[in-house]
Structures are given as C-alpha cells and as structure tokens.
Design a protein around this ligand. Structure first.
Ligand code: 5AD
Ligand code: SF4
Length: 479
C-alpha cells in the first residue's frame, strides 16, 4: 500500500550534534485566531510532568484560537491525547482509549481527534494508528506542538488526516502560550530532551537532544508566576543536573537554583536528578536556600553494578552510595525517593538481592517501582532475557513490601510533629478532608476551617500511614 505520510524514525532520533540549539519565538498566525470560536476541546494526559506541562501548552494554543476547554469528552469538537511511551502498558491503554473514541466519531463526524506526545514519535505506533485507527485525524510529535494550530486548520479545511512528527530537533521555542491547570503550583521547563541513553529508555529518542532554556527566560517565567500568586514551581528536565551544559556557558544547575531562589517564590522543587553530574554547587544551593524544598528524587534503577552497566547508567552501586550518603549527611531532614526497575534482561536472583539491599542501605522515603518493559529501538530490547514474567512479578512484590516498610518507618518521625502544607484542595477520597504536600513532599490529609487551595498551613500530624500523613490544621494564633 502506498503511504501518503512520512513516518518518524527512531534511528534518526538517535543522532546527536554538539551545536547550540536555535531559539525561536512563537506567534500565532492570524488565520488561526478564530478557528475555534464556539468550539470546545478536551485533553487527556498520560505520563510524566513534562507531558503535563506540554498539555498546558496545547491548551494555551487552543485557547488563543478561540476554543474553550470542556470537562466531558462527549461535548468536545477536538479531543487530544497526550501519550507516554515509557512502558508498554501505558501504550496499550492509549490504543484502548483511541479505540473507544470511534463511537464518538461516528456520532459526530466533525469531531477532530489528535494524538501527541512520546508515542507519536515511534514509527511502529504511527504506522499502526495510520492503518488501523482511521478515526485519528492528527498525529503530532513532541517537537511539533506549536504546529497544532496549523494542523487543526488544515484538517478543518481539507478534511484530510495530517501527520507532523520531526525526529530530530534542536530548537527551543519561547513565547508559546500556556494555560496552566493549577493556580498555586506551576511546572517550569528548564531543559528538554535527554542525552544519557540509558539502554532501556525510549525518552532520548522521543524527546530529542538535551537543550537548555536560557536562564533569562526561566527567571522571567518564575517572576511572572510569583506576580500571579503562584506558591510553588517545579523545575522540569529529564536530567536537570545537566542544565546549561549544551549552552556552553559557565552557568550550571546550581547557579540556576540560586537565581530561582532569589525570585522569592515560596517553594521550589526540581525533577529529575540523575546521580551523574550532581555537583557540590547544587548541594550548596539546595542547602543554603530555605525556599528549595527538602526533597530529592534520585533514581537508582538497580542496586547491582553489572546490571547498572548494562543499563548504561554510568555509575556503580558503590558510586551511587557514595553520592547518596554524602547527600544524606549534608542535607539533614531531607526526604529521598527513587525509581527502580526489576526484571531488566537477565537480572539474576543475586542481582535482584543487590537491589533489595540497596533499598536497605538508602532507606528511601518512597520508590517508584516498575517491571522492565522492552521498548523497540532501544539497545536493551535486543538483549536476551530468560527471566519469566512470574519471577519478575514476585520480585516487584518483594521490592514493594520493602519500600513500604521504609516509607512507614520514615514517616514515624512526623508523629505529633507540625508540618507545613501547601493546600491542593479537598481530598479526592473524602470531601471533609483537605490534602496537600509537606515541604518534604509527603502527602498530608487534614481537617481544618477556612482553608483554600494555595494556602500554606501548619498541620499537626496525629496519624502516620506508609504513604501519607493525617492531621489537623492548627490556628496561627494558637501558638
Ligand atoms: N521499562 C520499565 N521502566 C522504565 N523506566 C524508563 N524506561 C523503562 C522501561 N523500559 C522507568 C525508570 C525511569 C522512570 C521514569 O521510568 O525507572 O526513571
Ligand atoms: Fe531515560 Fe536515562 Fe534519560 Fe532518564 S536519564 S530519561 S532513564 S535515558
């Protein structure tokens, strides 16, 4: 069958150059400004914080085109699915969702369905969608979000399916509109892409090379957020420690942390730190600025040096411990979390035991644990793997029990203590209870009066669970 579209290429996406990325400035073409008048859109977001932030950009673009966001997909004229490709089960879920949208499309043939995000960068996935999911009108890659207005316009004008996925991109686009989904906490991209190429991970292929935003643009954005009343920013990058390296200037993530802290924003978080490049300037900045929250996410992935080597993680078990112990000693009172993969190709029982003992060593506050999922196009997908699924599931189970044990143990020290909570709103589970996060990133559920989203309140903890704390807001005038 002759194809009238160009597929993305993971092979192309693998290539890297050393050039400083171009910076472009976005402005919306006048032709697109009224396309959405009287129409509604609905966005479904999967995956990580980078995707959450990208969905806010999609919303910003659609709002500028006159569309209005709605909260029921049945009312929508445009449905966008922002996808994640990190594990197979996330992909399957999306294809199920797209399948279910066929019915809506039948009822409303003018409905436009768009697929964006990391799955749109994968050649096999795009081929499948083009051939088997005819209800999809637009496929746009992670580098093509700003083309969304044009793609929507073209679909409306021509009634043809449109696909735009660039496999290689070295650009930073500024001045792109954004509609933030929260009014008290904001995601702030500081860099895009990843050059680490861990052997299991699809992200360096789907999100391109590491490219940092200029510090002026980041600081400008944080200052604007402060002026708008935001209480917290989370600085985002696949590997924030590498910030600035591609710009070839003498300014690193540690320097950026100090400058963001100077804006006066009340809370600063950052995600994710690779153990590589976690330098002393960073540690100093984190220690010296009270508005940088006492919480560090430091993915270990495995506790076995041979597996780490096969994962291309660039550190051994001992080197990770050295960094971890240093951070723990120099940053007292901080909470530490991690990511762990079990069942990497041919992980032996002994190698898995090393992961368990690494958790004993680090006593994490929490860990995000995953069964390895082979991603086509990555080096690990070609490695032989004879471990059966059941063994992998048992390992995950054992690991999760250990993680829960230390999570609980760490939380015990909060019993009867007062923690400071940034309020997210009423708890999803119980409408009489508020919820939010402590400085240490602990989920806190609490009761209280006259409390609003975005308040920072003191809460006395009276009950400790493994993955949350329960308490009661204390009145400021009572102490
Ligand atoms: N299989 C399982 N887990 C993965 N992660 C990344 N790629 C894979 C994969 N192929 C996990 C890593 C990473 C987190 C975001 O997702 O632990 O840190
Ligand atoms: Fe994937 Fe490794 Fe990059 Fe994280 S650092 S996005 S795990 S390649």
């Amino acid at each position: 069958m002759k194809k009238d579209y160009i597929l993305p290429s993971l092979n192309e996406a693998r290539k890297r150059n050393k050039e400083v990325s171009d910076k472009l400035s976005f402005s919306l073409d006048n032709r697109y400004r009224t396309l959405g008048e009287g129409k509604k859109y609905f966005i479904i977001t999967h995956g990580c914080q980078a995707n959450q932030r990208d969905s806010e950009t999609m919303a910003g673009l659609l709002d500028q085109m006159g569309y209005q966001m709605c909260d029921d997909e049945k009312d929508a004229d445009v449905i966008l699915i922002n996808t994640c490709a990190v594990r197979q089960n996330a992909e399957e879920k999306v294809l199920g969702e797209v399948g279910a949208l066929k019915r809506l499309k039948k009822e409303n043939p003018d409905l436009i369905i768009g697929i964006g995000g990391c799955m749109a960068q994968e050649e096999e996935t795009v081929r499948t969608i083009m051939e088997k999911y005819r209800q999809v009108d637009i496929i746009f890659g992670t580098h093509n979000i700003t083309s969304l207005p044009k793609l929507l316009y073209d679909v409306c004008m021509t009634k043809e399916r449109k696909i735009e996925v660039f496999s290689k991109m070295g650009e930073i686009v500024e001045s792109v509109p954004v509609t933030r989904f929260m009014s008290h906490k904001a995601w702030v991209n500081i860099m895009y892409g990843c050059d680490k190429f861990c052997s299991y991970c699809i992200v360096p292929y789907t999100r391109g090379k590491e490219r940092s935003r200029y510090r002026e643009d980041i600081i400008y954005e944080v200052n604007e957020l402060v002026a708008q009343g935001y209480k917290e920013v989370c600085l985002l990058g696949q590997n924030v420690n590498a910030y600035g390296k591609d710009l070839k200037i003498d300014y690193t993530f540690g320097n950026l942390l100090n400058d963001v802290a100077r804006t006066g924003i009340q809370r600063i978080r950052f995600m994710t730190s690779h153990p590589w490049d976690f330098d002393d300037t960073m540690i100093k900045a984190i220690r010296n600025n009270p508005n940088i929250m006492p919480y560090i996410h430091l993915p270990i992935q495995s506790g076995n040096t041979q597996i780490l080597k096969k994962m291309n993680r660039r550190y051994s078990r001992e080197e990770y411990f050295e960094l971890f112990d240093k951070l723990k000693a120099q940053l007292p009172g901080f909470a530490f979390t991690t990511d762990i993969i079990v069942g990497f190709p041919n992980e032996s029982d002994e190698a898995f035991e090393d992961t368990l003992s690494a958790v004993d060593h680090c006593r994490y506050d929490n860990a995000f644990t995953f069964i390895y999922s082979a991603r086509e196009g990555t080096p690990a997908a070609k490695m032989e793997d004879t471990t059966d699924r059941k063994t992998k599931e048992e390992r995950l189970q054992r690991l999760n029990e250990k993680v829960a044990y230390y999570a609980n143990l760490n939380n015990q020290k909060f019993k009867d203590q007062i923690v400071e909570v940034l309020v997210d709103g009423l708890s999803k589970r119980n409408s009489k209870v508020y919820s939010g996060y402590s400085r240490e990133n602990k989920l806190v559920n609490f009761t209280g009066e006259d409390i609003k989203t975005g308040d920072i309140v003191k809460v006395r903890i009276n009950e400790v669970m493994s993955f949350s704390l329960n308490g009661e807001a204390i009145r400021e005038d009572s102490h």
